[in-house]
Unconditional design. Structure first.
Length: 398
């Protein structure tokens, strides 16, 4: 089923900066004065000035986790997620603080590092069983990773806490229930969204439902309607692009993925699809830019590995291609396209025996896939019936 990350539409805005009360360090007068100045600049929006003051303060008190936490928030405010995440982790190494842990999880989430965000959100939820924000964001991460059963386990028992008016809860749990074939339970929750009237969110839900049925023409119509009502909805352009791809409209799909990345540069699906589209256009250097962004979010995703490997092979870097494809077929042995490309890569590396072995695997996978087709089973049954010897006629009674 197409996984539409438009669930973020329902998630409340999150604050990445939360000042932690200062704890006195080695030179409290100077350090606290610098910290106070840095916080004033931070609140005034002068993030570069705040960073400079936080850094000077840390030179005198490098053990101060509160200063590092605020420095991390300033970096994140500038979009410098890697530096912000490093500072949050250093702050937590000196002292555990649930607020800093939540900020770390949020920074990982917003930078598209979903697998790393999951354990951090889990720790926040363990520390505070009533933190609804952390539960919803953890559920969104789990959903993006295809762990729908875990979403049901997390949110299912907590319906009384969220209530009927929480659409984020209804969407995340309802979608997870649909994904795990608990259609009746899921439909009850999804219906809550539609009862709110005609909205962009409702059209997103309809578009997602049509895509799950492979009715891409109607999916395109619903997602277009959603974008007409709210063109800035996160992740909807990516879903729209995927629907367009399935109708064969590659040009419009490319435009949709680009618009998505203008809203959220870390959207996994948009980066993956745009990278593959550029690769098909033989713009391999451009393709690598987007495929590497997708890899940062989901480094073991087989589609990412395949796309990167194809780009590297086109750029005459077969060793890089080989490493990615060997990992892909190891983790996903039934991925026929990866075996095909790996065979080509081995031949390029003059490893004919390995290439021949991959071709044999492709043949086996193809035969297995054909045998599972209903038409193939019917043909086999007909052939067996035709080959079966006829029973002798029963003797006639006189």
């Amino acid at each position: 089923m197409i996984r539409c990350s438009a669930r973020r539409v329902f998630l409340a805005a999150v604050l990445l900066f939360a000042a932690v009360p200062a704890v006195h360090g080695q030179d409290p007068n100077d350090v606290d004065a610098l910290l106070q100045r840095a916080m004033e600049l931070h609140k005034a929006g002068d993030l570069m000035g705040a960073i400079q003051n936080y850094q000077v303060a840390l030179e005198s008190a490098p053990e101060r986790g509160d200063i590092r936490s605020n420095l991390g928030a300033a970096y994140v405010g500038l979009g410098r997620f890697t530096e912000g995440i490093d500072e949050y982790r250093k702050a937590l190494a000196s002292r555990e603080d649930p607020r800093v842990r939540l900020n770390l999880a949020l920074a990982l989430y917003k930078s598209g590092r979903i697998p790393e965000a999951v354990p951090e959100f889990e720790r926040v939820v363990q520390q505070d069983q009533h933190n609804k924000q952390a539960m919803l964001l953890l559920s969104d991460c789990l959903s993006q990773l295809g762990r729908d059963k875990d979403v049901v386990a997390l949110l299912g028992p907590r319906e009384p806490e969220f209530g009927e008016d929480d659409l984020a809860y209804a969407y995340l749990l309802g979608n997870a229930l649909l994904q795990t074939d608990e259609v009746d339970r899921g439909q009850v929750l999804i219906d809550r969204i539609f009862k709110k009237g005609d909205s962009a969110e409702a059209h997103v839900m309809l578009g997602t439902a049509y895509m799950s049925k492979r009715d891409y023409l109607n999916a395109v119509k619903e997602l277009e309607r959603a974008l007409q009502m709210n063109p800035d909805l996160p992740s909807v352009n990516a879903a729209y692009g995927r629907a367009l791809l399935n109708t064969g409209d590659r040009e419009k799909a490319t435009q949709a993925f680009r618009r998505e990345l203008e809203i959220n540069p870390n959207n996994f699906d948009a980066n993956l699809q745009l990278g593959n589209l550029y690769r098909l256009e033989q713009r391999h250097d451009d393709a690598l830019v987007y495929l590497k962004r997708a890899e940062a979010a989901q480094p073991t995703n087989p589609a990412v590995r395949h796309g990167l490997a194809a780009a590297y092979l086109a750029l005459n870097e077969p060793e890089k291609s080989r490493e990615l494809l060997e990992a892909a077929v190891r983790d996903t042995p039934s991925f026929a396209d990866a075996h095909v490309l790996l065979a080509t890569t081995y031949y390029r590396l003059r490893r004919k025996a390995d290439g021949d072995r991959q071709r044999e695997i492709v043949g086996q996978l193809t035969a297995e896939a054909q045998a599972k087709q209903p038409g193939a089973r019917a043909a086999d049954a007909a052939a067996e019936g035709a080959a079966a010897p006829k029973a002798p006629p029963s003797p006639q009674r006189r």
